[in-house]
Design a binder for this molecule. Sequence first.
Ligand SMILES: NC(=O)c1ccc[n+]([C@@H]2O[C@H](COP(=O)([O-])OP(=O)(O)OC[C@H]3O[C@@H](n4cnc5c(N)ncnc54)[C@H](O)[C@@H]3O)[C@@H](O)[C@H]2O)c1
Length: 446
Amino acid sequence: MGWAYGTAIVTDQGDQDRANGPLVHALREKSATVAIVGMGYVGVPLTCAFVEAGIKTIGLDTDKSRVADLQAGRPYIGHLDDTVFQRLAASAGFEATTRPQALGDADVVVICVPTPLDEDHVPDLSPIARAAADVAEHGRPRQLVVLESTTYPGTTRDVLIPALTSEFFIAYSPERIDPGGTADFVSTPKLVAGLDDQSVELAVALYESVFADVRLVKDIETAEAAKLLENTFRAVNIALVNELKVAFTSLGIDIWDVIDAAASKPFGFMSFYPGPGVGGHCIPIDPEYLAWKTRSSTSPLAITEAAIRINEDMPGYVLLRLTDVLDSRNRLLEDSTILIVGVSYKPGVGDIRSSPALVLIDELASGGAGVAYHDPLVAALDTGSGQLHSIPWEPATLARFDAAIICTDHDTIDYSLLAAGGLPIVDTRNAMARRGFMNSDNITKA
Ligand SMILES: NC(=O)c1ccc[n+]([C@@H]2O[C@H](COP(=O)([O-])OP(=O)(O)OC[C@H]3O[C@@H](n4cnc5c(N)ncnc54)[C@H](O)[C@@H]3O)[C@@H](O)[C@H]2O)c1
């Protein structure tokens, strides 16, 4: 049996040339060198896990400033402890570089580059294609190459493998990190699939050196699809509670009370919570990857496509609720100054990618309102109308505003100041009620 990829055909004779025994041994002995391509929210924690396990690790990134920060031990990912970067910089087992030639020094290459959408909401695989081209040019035969980026089923086989003209071992292992969340990264089961038995053996040996629970998936496409199922499941359920929030509000029912009540059922129900929309590099993007893939190959995904639209519509709904609040106080949006509380896409992280707060800020500004924000994890923000800086969280500053919208409820914010100020609050996260501030005259859930 043989597998064709790129110009190389792996035959039974080829299998002998591709003996994986030495690398399996090196991985088990932790004497292999791992290169991580893409030192972002995924790449940095993964690098830490390998370095802390005593595995020599090279961090490759095209972003010169990130590499300079890594070399100097300067943090650039808000929710990670500063000492993470200091420990990496001080470690003899870690090297950060922008030089793709360094891939030639590695036994394993793990690709953790972004998988964004282009302006037409089409998957942009150029970071993966570029990483694959770098491996093809600078890597070496009998390297294990693992793709960890989230992408549609078929990417590894159609984009990564054809770029590799030598005999590489190939695997896919979706990343499941939850930045700022409570789940322990290395205890979360790690899915792994390989192109052939040798690749599987290597990938399992690689991940077993740091992950407690490595689960084999039968093929690469299943592993790619599993990751998209996980995040599409989340996007669809968030859309469901967002849709119900709008419907229940018009019926005079509080969705948060409904979810609390339903959550008492010990089986068959899982709580998801509404909000001002979805953000980050996963939930707004991954369902689009899946929808795009199936749109072009099989049938449209009606539920997924509807969920994407519903979540995208949420900032508009929040603006309507704000306008109602201002109306009831005889104020016009264009004469008002609005404070956005929390601009990152979720609590505890400083990641603003695709955050619905950015949409709200732009919409408010284009509607003629003054707008400012407070976020303990985001010091400055580029918006459509220029750069903003997080305002101080103090009574005199809060008193300048006509209303506040709570977009993200960071635990480190002192909500009692907001409650005491008497400012009308549009609360998209139930942040005030959860903390016992129940003044319904000032607080509107949205
Ligand atoms: N952020 C998350 O919570 C999360 C969770 C699970 C999976 N993922 C997936 O992991 C992948 C990476 O996401 P992220 O959040 O870490 O992205 P990120 O933007 O934080 O980091 C990616 C890094 O890759 C670098 N890069 C881009 N192209 C490169 C190339 N060709 N060579 C070298 N470096 C390159 C960028 O400069 C950046 O530093 C995505 O596919 C994402 O969907 C992300």
